[in-house]
Design a protein around this ligand. Structure first.
Ligand code: G6P
Length: 609
């Protein structure tokens, strides 16, 4: 799970590739590299760290070329180092960049070593460069050499391939990893994601699984997995290059937190006619599918898993819809029992998370008849693998810590609760109430964003802390989990979430003045129980920060700081209460001076297992 970009043009591609890499850094950022062919030679530069370091190196020692490939890495095989950074080169002739994992790399490495190939890295990728070189011994065609090579590869790959003997050919292919071709005038580009290429084109071809393409300045030929020439449609992207700018915010994460009212409004738009949710919003045959399902199985990872947990409460509570949920990486390897009539719902911002995709395929293998993806990227693998789709329309999310994708997922899931719930126990009155509340959400979120300054001051209490506990009950337990995840991801403070009722079974032993306890307390049927849990912590000297519905009267307590949250209907409260937790994590991270948008060791889109 890395980012690749490449291009063939009648101009110098180096600045285009560098800009593309910067836009792909969310996929990994421990090292970066770039290679071009010029004067019948491969020119390559690689550097540890972010793309900026590579850019500085190239500024000091520049080169140019009309054909090139580049890569930003998130280490899987081999530590972050210059040697392990891509592009990888074989015998100064073949250069490649790779996103994915080659599972049989050890066997290939052994064979190639016996053939006399020298390895300069610990990566699984280098075998691909050697194999292409090897194949070129028996053909002059780079395309044919790559076609032969991929026959030997097991695992996932998106590749960009160059040969110094062919300055007018860039080969690309994909299996299990994303890849788009950007179509220009007399020029073509490749990238892991459209965002990388928006400064040069808005016209894209999305390669299908198993496709391989030969790009020259004036021609593009695509072969499908059966080696047949195919035409893939060119799609016009509505994204603008500045959709991925910071627009004056200090960090993408802050920008994305503030974009939530708009992203939610976009996600709701066009789904209702006369205040009635339309089944067709999920796909043309959605009504038929929803009529026949008996239960729901949710699969997701990370933040998306947390939105699924909230949905499970909603489905059961509001619709009496039986619902199971699994972390995708667990589901794919256990022996789940899939009941007849189960709708498999995957949730993913990127639509490329390897575990989520594999879990969906596993569910299908086990006989799941219908699948629905809730996703933010229209052309993603998950969307293409699913029968029904409900797009969140959050726009590009760049900050590694997910924010607007989460709240738009919750909105999309509430739409699912309505669509399926009304076929179970959801009353017309409740459906109307939810509809009205959803349309009020952008306004409520604007209101809660007003307490940003208060949260910024509060965050100072966390800067010196090493641990934090997050508590919630019911639908707000997953919100506490999401708050803890945000804090640990970007501030590196160890944070755990507990359902507040579980405190007495262990975590109470941890309570002291050094561990802040963050509690999410909307005004719902669990409030009185939660108040008792708060007392249990306070009585033991614990320091509590309680996000409390403004309409609740609370007794003064020196151990408890109250942050008032504007009153909202319980139906939508989880979507509102997560906002202050996002802001809290953000401000703590800024105070601690961490890399907010690109926290250490993480990546936004995890396309490897
Ligand atoms: C990574 C990201 C998380 C994200 C998770 C699932 O771990 O850092 O922010 O929640 O992947 O990603 P998805 O794209 O499937 O929602």
């Amino acid at each position: 799970m890395c980012g690749i970009v490449g291009g063939i043009a009648q101009r110098n591609v180096v600045p285009i590739l560098i800009e593309g890499l910067k836009r792909l850094e969310y996929r990994g950022y421990d090292s970066a590299g770039l290679a071009v062919i010029a004067d019948n030679k491969i020119h390559r530069q690689r550097e540890i760290g972010k793309v900026k370091s590579l850019e500085n190196l190239l500024a000091a020692d520049p080169f140019a070329g009309n054909i090139g490939i580049a890569h930003t890495r998130w280490a899987t095989h081999g530590k972050p180092s210059t040697q392990n950074a891509h592009p990888h080169i074989c015998n100064n002739k073949v250069a490649i960049v790779h996103n994915g994992i080659i599972e049989n790399h050890q066997a290939l490495r052994n064979t190639q070593k016996a053939q006399g190939y020298k390895f300069t890295s610990e990566t699984d990728t280098e075998v691909i460069a050697h194999q292409i070189y090897h194949e070129l011994e028996s053909t002059n065609s780079l395309l044919q050499a790559v076609k032969n090579t991929i026959q030997h590869l097991e695992g996932a790959y998106a590749l960009g391939v160059l040969s110094k003997d062919d300055e007018n050919t860039l080969i690309t292919c994909r299996k299990g990893s994303p890849l788009v071709i950007g179509v220009g005038i007399g020029e073509y580009f490749i990238a892991s994601d459209v965002a990388a290429l928006l400064p040069v084109t808005q016209r894209f071809i999305f390669l299908e699984e198993g496709d391989i393409a030969e790009l020259k300045t004036h021609s593009l030929i695509i072969y499908d997995k059966d080696d047949q020439i195919v035409q893939r449609p060119i799609k016009e992207s509505s994204l603008k290059a500045d959709a991925v700018d910071k627009s004056g915010y200090r960090h993408y994460m802050l920008k994305e937190i503030y974009e939530q009212p708009n992203a939610i409004a976009e996600t709701l738009e066009g789904r209702f006619i006369d205040n009635k949710l339309q089944d067709v919003a999920f796909g043309h045959n959605a009504a038929e599918v929803f009529d026949s399902i008996k239960s729901i199985q949710i699969l997701a990872c990370g933040t998306s898993y947390h939105s699924g947990l909230v949905a499970k409460y909603w489905l059961e509570e509001l619709g009496h819809v039986p619902c199971n949920i699994d972390v995708a990486s667990e589901y794919r390897y256990r022996e789940p029992v899939l009941a007849d009539g189960t709708l498999v719902v995957t949730i993913s911002q990127s639509g490329e998370t390897a575990d989520t995709l594999a879990a969906l395929l596993e569910a299908k293998r086990r006989g799941a008849l219908y699948s629905l993806a809730i996703c933010n990227v229209p052309e993603s693998s998950l969307v293409r693998e699913s029968d029904l789709v409900l797009m969140t329309r959050a726009g590009p999310e760049i900050g590694v810590a997910s924010t607007k994708a989460f709240t738009t997922q919750l909105v999309a899931l509430m739409l699912l609760v309505m669509a399926v719930g009304k076929r179970f126990a959801l009353s017309k009155e409740k459906e109307a109430e939810i509809t009205a509340e959803l349309f009020q959400l952008p306004r409520h979120i604007e209101d809660v964003l007003q307490i940003d300054d208060e949260i910024k001051i509060l965050s100072e209490q966390f800067a010196e802390k090493n641990h934090a506990l997050f508590l919630g009950r019911g639908t707000h337990y997953p919100i506490a989990m999401e708050g803890a995840l945000k804090l640990k991801e970007i501030s590196y403070i160890h944070a755990e979430a507990y359902p507040a009722g579980e405190l007495k079974h262990g975590p109470l032993a941890l309570i002291d003045a050094e561990m802040p306890v963050v509690t999410v307390a909307p005004n719902n049927h669990l409030l009185e129980k939660l108040k008792s849990n708060i007392q249990e912590v306070s009585a033991r000297g614990g320091q509590l920060i309680v996000f409390l519905d403004e309409s609740i009267v609370s007794e003064p307590d020196e151990n408890v700081q109250i942050v008032r949250i504007p009153k909202v209907n319980n139906l939508i409260a989880p979507i509102v209460y997560v906002i202050p937790l996002q802001l809290l994590a953000y401000h703590v991270a800024v105070l601690k001076g961490t890399d907010v948008d690109q926290p250490r060791n993480l990546a936004k889109s995890v396309t490897v297992e």
